[in-house]
Design a protein around this ligand. Structure first.
Ligand code: HEC
Ligand code: HEC
Length: 230
């Protein structure tokens, strides 16, 4: 069943790509460089900013499965990669901690991130160069802030900042802060977000982000969470 729908998806992906090529809109082609952008925004929380595991989430949760994409257990070729990313753990093969991306990504995004993972496995240096380019091309914006928030902060702080993300069920004493009630100044935000809770005498469950985010991502997420205040 998984395989059959996966195959249909692949056919749909190629069809869409053919249409996009015909309309000569370059931004809509699947490519490893677009995939690096998808990866940085959606996958690095668990797979690490270099795809070699050690994402902040995997380091925060005890006994988290290995997430180094350079040493695959399940997905070794293009087809199995596409399926693993589409279904995640939802078809029961991989851990349920691996999210399914089939409904979250467009076909071009899915195909692009598949190409990116394949590229960084084939040639680590070239994959890291693609990721570096993503970081250096970013401009600070509310849109970028929202992307960072949704992919890195929402799991704990909740979709609109009320401290009610999925992980709030396991992180208590103190729970993830209700960011709509935050009153601290920007300098403090920079410090707790950059260096983590422990650096300012608060909970270690608030991770340090400075090595995970580009400069543009860092300033954008700060602007974004300030806009969440009520
Ligand atoms: C919330 C955490 C999380 C996020 C976000 C996440 N993954 Fe994963 N992923 C996992 C875990 C955990 C596993 C390992 C599952 C296992 O070992 O059973 C995994 C496994 C995989 C595998 C299979 C690796 C292998 O061993 O063959 C691929 C490929 C993969 N992820 C790609 C992605 C891509 C691409 C994205 C972003 C679009 C992504 N993941 C986002 C947690 C995550
Ligand atoms: C693994 C869960 C987790 C993630 C992910 C997380 N946080 Fe937190 N955060 C916490 C916890 C727990 C606290 C409360 C710390 C305390 O009160 O000691 C906190 C506190 C904060 C505070 C302090 C607010 C105040 O007014 O004192 C800010 C700001 C913050 N987080 C921003 C972020 C941002 C931005 C991100 C994403 C880049 C993020 N957090 C991701 C768990 C998390």
């Amino acid at each position: 069943m998984a395989t059959r729908i996966g195959t249909k998806l692949i056919a749909l992906g190629s069809l869409l790509m053919a249409i996009h090529s015909a309309s000569s809109n370059e931004g809509l082609y699947a490519s490893a460089s677009h995939g690096a952008e998808v990866f940085a925004n959606r996958c690095s929380l668990c797979h690490g900013s270099d795809a070699m595991g050690g994402g902040l989430l995997s380091l925060t949760i005890a006994d988290y499965p290995a997430t180094n994409l350079l040493t695959p257990k399940y997905a070794t070729d293009l087809d199995s990669l596409r399926e693993a990313i589409f279904w995640g753990g939802s078809d029961g093969r991989m851990s349920h901690l691996s999210p399914p991306w089939g409904n979250e990504l467009t076909c071009v995004e899915l195909e692009s991130v598949v190409l990116f993972v394949q590229e960084i496995r084939k040639n680590v240096k070239s994959g890291l160069t693609l990721l570096g380019a993503v970081a250096s091309e970013q401009q600070p914006s509310m849109k970028l802030g929202r992307l960072v928030y949704d992919s890195r902060c929402q799991l704990c702080h909740g979709a609109s900042g009320h401290g009610d993300g999925k992980l709030a069920k396991v992180i208590k004493d103190p729970p993830p802060f209700d960011l709509t009630q935050s009153t601290v100044p920007t300098a403090y935000l920079q410090r707790i977000i950059g260096e983590g809770g422990a650096a300012v005498g608060r909970s270690v469950k608030m991770p340090p982000w400075k090595d995970e985010l580009s400069e543009a991502e860092f300033s954008s997420v700060i602007a974004y969470i300030k806009a969440l205040r009520e």
